[in-house]
Each structure stands twice: as structure tokens, then as C-alpha cells.
Design a protein around this ligand. Sequence first.
Ligand code: ZN
Length: 267
Amino acid sequence: MPELPEVEVTRRRLERELAGKRIERVTVRAPKLRLPVPAELAKVLPGRTVRTVGRRGKYLLFFCDGGCLVIHLGMTGFLRLLPGETPPGKHDHLDVVLADGRVLRFHDPRKFGSVLWTTGNPLEHPLLAGIGPEPLTPSFDGAYLFAASRSRSVAVKLFIMNAAVVAGVGNIYANEALFRARIHPARPARSLSRDECDRLAETVKEVLAESVEQGSTYRVAEETVAYHPLEFRVYGRGGVACTVCGAILEETRLGNRSTVFCPRCQV
Ligand SMILES: [Zn+2]
């Protein structure tokens, strides 16, 4: 599943490629993904110019003159920038053909992605309005985490994976951030001290930023928007020795998601 760093790497690459480019034509092949694909896209997008490409949580925001195309990659979606004559394959649900001849193509085998069009402020769209602060901005810090967690008895790992608490912290990054902050993933969120909240906010930023950094420098196939993930210290390493203390990492499930932690380092 594309995680926040992958979406951010995609955003950076697409912003470089698309800013200032005019849209010539749009083909919608799937009437419905997770939500219906707006039928008017083929009418309203041509002739508009992409100004910037933004991101809110895992939503990509293609700001055009007078409106915004919003794409969520879902579980299996990805975007490719291809020569215009490339024939569409199976699961290629949307083509945005640019005036320079290239095509931005959305491919999504499981169809859990979303495509929206809004002429209003996309940040106020019902799907985006409830998303918590962006983890890589100053609005997300220890003071915020501390205040937000005081009445929450849910496990801290599930707490930070809740998009209403903080945007886009997926399972992998929650595991890694808690390990680096030396906090047991099953602790009730409200049991964290202010100090621990400071550490956790810091390590959430760290793991996401490192992954974006690695993804940005990774050499991807020319037409494919892809990324290279972080080197994991706990995720997928249950039963293996902790890189810090040598204890055997334990694996359990929280909220039905794989959770790996060091029983000695994380208290
Ligand atoms: Zn350890």
C-alpha cells in the first residue's frame, strides 16, 4: 500500500513534470473506483493548466486553474507519466493527456483509489476536512500529541495510526517510530509523558523524512513513479535480534496489524 513517503515522492516528481502544463484531453475508463469517478472530468479538465501539485495526508492535489483534481492511490494504485501513444492496459482507469503529448495514467488493479474534482477548497472536501495535522510540519509536535492523547486509552500505536490524530502514519512507520522512541506500542496513549510525546513526534518525523529522502534519491524507471522504502529496524523482523540491545524482537497484533517491538528497549 502506498504510504505517505511514497505519495510525497510521487508529488515531488509530478510537480516537477506537470507544473505549467496544459491538459489536452481526459479519458475515464472506470466509472467507479472506491467512489464514482466524476463523469464531467473529460469535459471540465481539458484546456486547464496544472499550477502546482500538493498533498494532504495521502491525497494528491493537482491544482489547476479554477479547480483541483484530487487522487488517492488506495491500496494498489500508482501514477505513471508515459509517452502519449502508449496503449492503455488492464486496470488503466484514467488518462490525463497533456498538451506536450505525454499522458498521466492512473493504474489501480484493486480499485480502492479515488479520483475527485472540486472547484472549492479541496482541504474542505468532506474526505479531507477531518484529517489531522501533517506529520512533517511544525503543527505536529510533542505538545500537540500530549494534548490530543490525554483522554485516549487506545494503544499508542493505533492512536498515531488514526488519520484524525495525525495524517498518513501507516503501520510500518508506526512500528519504526515507536521503536526509535523506546515506547511500547500497546501502552495506552494517555499514559505517555510529555517527554515521551516529544520523542515520539520527533521519531515519526524522522522515519517519514528518511523514507522520503531515500525515495527521492532512488533511481526509478523513467516512466514509473516509485520509491525505495526505509531500512526497517523492527517491521518484518519479529523473532530476530534487536539492533540496539540484542534481545529477540516480539511480534503481536494490534488492531489486526502486525506489530513488532523490542521487549527490552520499549517500555
Ligand atoms: Zn532492544
